[in-house]
Write a protein that binds this ligand. Structure first.
Ligand SMILES: C[S@@+](CC[C@H](N)C(=O)[O-])C[C@H]1O[C@@H](n2cnc3c(N)ncnc32)[C@H](O)[C@@H]1O
Length: 261
């Protein structure tokens, strides 16, 4: 990842709009935890605005957030669980200090995902669960692609960090075999690795566009343009997605593993 924080300024759009998809995705991942979460200290690695942490807290756990982006961690700071800025490949945490770890859509951001998994294994007490979600390597999704194409027609050029993530980094983790292999190489005991389509409850083109344009790769571009133009870009994207809209079910890979110490 480049030195500049690609998520700087992205938190409001993430929390209000991208969360339409990322909150149900976080809930689906947290539900994979084997056994009760009540009272457990659980690392939310790559926490962003804290969606997985919210789900963990709902299940009675005590989340601890780490993210490279201090700006994402500042979102609703006063209401959030403890958080520390840091890199998931060099966690600022002691060995075996958490009962479990959750990594929602962060391993796919890493040039070296095995290093991230090794750190999750290091900080999790032996026997504790390590859960991860990444996007599956799927070539296309009709409605989402229609939104992206509308953005390109409106002049959007994907930032370099996002291009690199999509083409070089994310594909390394996007199959159950790849993610499980990386987890084993990091010293984890793999319990399950599956490719699943998650119904996130997004049914309308309007909500799909809100989610998509709430993501960091779009937020700087949209917020730099006059409000009237941004509204037009959104309306055009909705019109492009509507004819192909179907319930949005992104394919993700879930990893359920155990730290063995
Ligand atoms: C796609 S967002 C996911 C946020 C959150 N987990 C969720 O599901 O809503 C990716 C997050 O990972 C963070 N991130 C990227 N690289 C990271 C790294 N090396 N260490 C820690 N966090 C990282 C970003 O700052 C961003 O907040």
């Amino acid at each position: 990842m480049a030195d500049a924080d690609p998520y700087a300024g992205a938190a409001p759009g993430w929390a209000a709009d991208a969360a339409l998809v990322y909150r149900p995705l976080a809930a689906a991942l947290v539900r994979r935890h084997p056994g009760p979460l009540a009272g457990r200290v659980v690392l939310d690695a790559g926490a962003g605005t804290g969606l997985a942490g919210d789900e963990l807290a709902r299940a009675g756990a005590r989340p601890l957030a780490v993210d490279l982006s201090a700006d994402m961690l500042r979102w609703r700071r006063a209401e959030r669980p403890p958080a520390v800025a840091g890199d998931v490949t060099r966690l600022p945490l002691a060995d075996r200090c958490v009962d479990a770890a959750v990594a929602a859509f962060v391993l796919n951001h890493l040039p070296n995902p095995r290093a991230g998994l090794r750190e999750l294994a290091r900080v999790t007490r032996p026997g504790g669960a390590v859960l991860a979600a990444v996007y599956a390597n799927v070539a296309s999704n009709g409605p989402r692609d229609a939104v992206d194409a509308a953005a390109v027609r409106a002049g959007f050029e994907p930032p370099a960090w996002y291009q690199e993530l999509r083409t070089a980094w994310a594909p390394r983790t996007g199959t159950p075999e790849a993610l499980a292999g990386l987890a084993r190489a990091a010293g984890l005991l793999v319990l399950d690795a599956v490719d699943v389509a998650v119904d996130v409850g997004v049914r309308t083109a309007e909500d799909l566009v809100r989610y998509r344009f709430g993501q960091a790769q779009y937020s700087a571009w949209l917020s730099a343009m006059p409000a009237e133009r941004a509204a037009r870009v959104r309306a055009d994207a909705v019109a492009a997605a509507r004819p192909v809209m179907a319930p949005y079910r992104p394919r993700v890979v879930h990893l359920v593993a155990r730290a063995v110490g």
